[in-house]
Design a protein. Structure first.
Length: 223
């Protein structure tokens, strides 16, 4: 099945999804068929800040129609922020949408986490991942640290690169949630956070939402 991705919502995020899917299909010795359309980051962030779910869902639906005409059989949105209108988009999409939040919720449940910390945009952190994680205590960075994480994340997503200062902000917030707030793992609640964290070198468990989502897309594409 051909995969349709709505990309462009952070250059590093799109690249990360492509690399994940290429690797998964190569390991399975299957051919990857994929088409990517480009969404606009500033427009998404403006709609997210104003909670304009219907407007953003309509934009995604227009892109989904292009993917449908290109022969895609399913759609994945390569952005956690972009899932703020997930229900509205799913209702308008001409193709099945592989929902990241559902996929991540399943992974969290399998690991039996009771308390996790979250990093990402302000909306993702304050909504505790859009309220999609049942049965687990989701905590966000306290006070001004939440604003610092949001600002650093948005700038990183726009450029597709992580500076040393941005990495320090993310790691300090994550370390506080692990050591002082009792989090068992840190959720990378932004698809670009792989720029700042590595599962092999990180001293605490990571919940890589983008990688989990890519695996869910891969499995769906294989039927």
């Amino acid at each position: 099945m051909q995969i349709g991705l709505i990309g462009g919502i952070g250059p590093a995020a799109q690249d990360y999804y492509c690399r994940q899917l290429i690797s998964l299909f190569a390991q399975a010795e299957r051919s990857l068929d994929m088409t990517i359309v480009h969404a606009d980051t500033p427009t998404l962030l403006a709609n997210l800040a104003a909670d304009r779910r219907t407007e953003q869902a309509e934009l995604f639906a227009q892109l989904a129609e292009r993917l449908d005409r290109a022969g895609a059989g399913l759609i994945g949105v390569t952005s956690i922020a972009g899932h703020f209108c997930r229900h509205e988009f799913a209702a308008r999409s001409p193709l099945p949408v592989v929902d990241m939040i559902d996929a991540v919720a399943g992974d969290v449940a399998e690991h039996h986490y009771e308390k996790i910390g979250i990093l990402g945009t302000r909306t993702v952190m304050e909504s505790r991942f859009y309220g999609g994680l049942a049965g687990v205590d989701v905590i966000a960075p306290p006070g001004s640290a939440l604003d610092d994480v949001h600002t650093a994340y948005v700038e990183m997503a726009k450029t597709g690169m992580a500076t040393a200062a941005q990495r320090t902000i993310f790691h300090n917030a994550a370390t506080h949630m692990i050591n002082s707030a009792g989090a068992q793992a840190i959720m990378l609640g932004g698809t670009d956070l792989a720029l700042a964290f590595g599962a092999e070198t990180c001293p605490f468990p990571l919940i890589d939402c983008a990688a989990i989502h890519a695996r869910a897309i891969f499995k769906k594409a294989l039927g």
